[in-house]
Ligand binder design. Structure first.
Ligand code: ADP
Ligand code: MG
Length: 262
């Protein structure tokens, strides 16, 4: 059964979407079956997957409100080898529409239940807010991956986020855990980066991914071509970093499985 990971941080511009698209393609490159769910009305993961967000017959919004089945809204990413549940501005309405629907926090979880066996990993790209959409992602997920930049204020935001995740977990999804903290746009030459890293290690231990994602222009260019960096420029540092992250993530899963079955 697929592991479902929400890629979340209430801060915008920290690399959530970049991480979703590139991790999805990298997991495919390691022979995993992957579904990427775009849960942000900005639809950046949709565009970055080579799908035209302005011409969607059905989107994740229709799935959440019950207008169509997940299979009807699903598309293949153009180059990444993963499946995509696309989004566009229609999803803005979900914040209000969901309030009137039964099981408003569980809609995504329920929609995923019948197809979880078809994938190894399901990644959810969250909007930059702790909204009803993000709550749906956290209720559907087994774990949260938190991308962050190593800045001073990022640590403050991180403790708010971790508290919120814990609260939502206690109320609605007791098995939810923090899967990993990912340092993005990483530059070890900056002193503050190392200070923040030391604090993250002290607070989060092994939850902090060893892999870091460097600032790399290929990662910023690839979405305008509707491609993951792995296809746009396979040799780039950015593409290689996300491949390394996929390997680390898969190794961790194996370790967890062994610990459970031992
Ligand atoms: P979020 O989804 O958290 O808002 P994005 O993934 O959209 O963040 O990233 C914000 C901006 O930074 C985008 O323009 C993206 O192309 C760029 N970006 C993200 N990660 C990197 C990186 N490692 N190196 C260079 N640019 C990056
Ligand atoms: Mg985004």
């Amino acid at each position: 059964m697929a592991k479902v990971f929400a890629i979340a941080n209430q801060k915008g511009g920290v690399g959530k979407t970049t991480s979703c698209v590139n991790l999805a393609a990298s997991l495919v490159a390691t022979q995993r079956r992957v579904l990427l769910i775009d849960l942000d009305p900005q639809g950046n993961a949709t565009t970055g997957s080579g799908v035209d967000k302005l011409n969607l017959e059905h989107s994740v919004y229709d799935v959440l409100v019950g207008n169509c089945d997940l299979a009807q809204a699903m598309q293949s990413s153009e180059h990444g080898g993963y499946q995509l549940l696309p989004a566009n501005r229609d999803l803005t309405a979900a914040e209000v529409t969901l309030l009137d629907l039964p099981n408003k926090e569980q809609r995504l979880r329920q929609a995923l239940a019948p197809i979880r066996d078809n994938y190894d990993f399901i990644l959810i790209d969250c909007p930059p807010a702790l909204s009803m959409l993000t709550i749906n992602a956290l209720v559907a997920a087994d774990g949260v991956i938190i991308p962050m930049q190593c800045e001073y204020y990022a640590l403050e935001g991180l403790s708010d986020l971790v508290n919120s995740i814990q609260r939502i977990g206690q109320l609605l999804n007791p098995s939810l855990r923090i899967e990993g903290i990912l340092r993005t746009m990483y530059d070890a030459r900056i002193g503050l980066t190392n200070e923040v890293t030391a604090q993250l290690q002290a607070h989060f231990g092994e939850t902090l991914y060893e892999t870091t994602i460097p600032r790399n222009v290929r990662l910023a260019e690839a979405p305008s071509h509707g491609m993951p960096a792995l296809v746009y420029d396979k040799a780039s540092r950015g593409a290689r970093a996300y491949l390394e992250l996929a390997r680390e993530l898969v190794t961790r899963q194996r370790r967890v499985k062994r610990a459970v079955t031992a």
